[in-house]
Design a protein around this ligand. Sequence first.
Ligand code: NAP
Length: 370
Amino acid sequence: MQVGFVGWRGMVGSVLMQRMVAEKDFENITSIFFSTSQAGQSVTMRDGREVLLKDANDESQLLEMDAIISCQGGDYTKKIHGPLRASGWQGYWIDAASTLRMASNSMIVLDPINNVDIKLAIDDGKKDFIGGNCTTSLMMLALHGLFRDELVEWVSAMTYQAASGAGAQNMRELIQQMGSIHDVTKNELASAEGDVLEIDSLVLERMRAQEFPTEQFGAPLAGSLIPWIDSDLGDGQSREEWKAQAETNKILGRQENPIPVEGICVRIGAMRCHSQALTFKLTESVPVLEVEKILSEANEWVSVVPNDKLSTVAMLSPTSVTRTLDVPVGRIRKLNIPGNIYSAFTVGDQLLWGAAEPLRRMLRILVDRG
Ligand code: NAP
């Protein structure tokens, strides 16, 4: 199988490369690497191979691929996918961008949940397999057992999303912002006697200054937060918030009878890993111990964190979860609100299960089917 990779040096692409090397996925395919900005250059890949980059905007070279994995972003998908299909290209398109997710002839892939549907779609001749929104995929893996047992009436997901969710440049900007804040305070910090109100005012002055680096985020993130992610739909909802219900129900095959999924998506100054405070209503009263059992047995990546302070602080943070495929869920309680309402808090690496891993596994499904 000749597989073309576009966007392999971005945030999602880099993690995809890392995982594919670790799982020896490159041994089963012929891989060709493309770039929108570095065509013609020779680069060293993660597994030590020297490769010559092809032009990601050159349709004639893309047409030769049996499959293309794009982690390049929505603008690239918009520009390239339609013309490729119009030229009669019959290969598989596997994509991290949201552009094609809701298209009727595409499938959102999250194989621990919709493996059977993915295989049916391949048999049906579907060719576009798209990774889901990161927070949505992570929320679904966390609540997998409850969705599977049709116990969920609605979900509210209040998110705490990491800087890396916005891409490589944004991750760099967060660190620049942190560095800039540290720069103006280092003298005061060096002295244990430093006046904390003075430090606070230096920080604020720097964060509000013209030169504070905000080109990528458009606002300070370090020392602050941004309660809006993705575009403004004009009805009070952000596009990131809209995706949760739309994609959850497409993955579950429940578009005709959707489960309401709502919330507010917030960017925070975590480097990597999205966290979510979930409130959900179950269709019946289920003891908390039973909820924990249903959740922890649903798939091999989810685990239940005991709802106590020590376990929560140790196991339920971006720092502890980053670079793992684990999806811990904790803070599980039946709330003091009438009507079978529960809470949970979950953390997951949005670059792994939220982006690269479903794409990697989709390619593996295709390769294994021959
Ligand atoms: P990204 O890090 O911004 O990378 C996209 C492209 O930017 C790269 O392929 C590269 O293309 C170019 N680029 C320019 N300067 C770069 C630099 N300094 N370092 C690395 N790449 C640079 O984007 P991403 O976060 O991976 O997202 C790709 C797609 O996946 C988007 O559609 C996004 O919505 C989706 N997605 C992202 C996440 C996430 O957590 N980040 C999760 C799920 C889905 P060239 O080599 O061609 O120049």
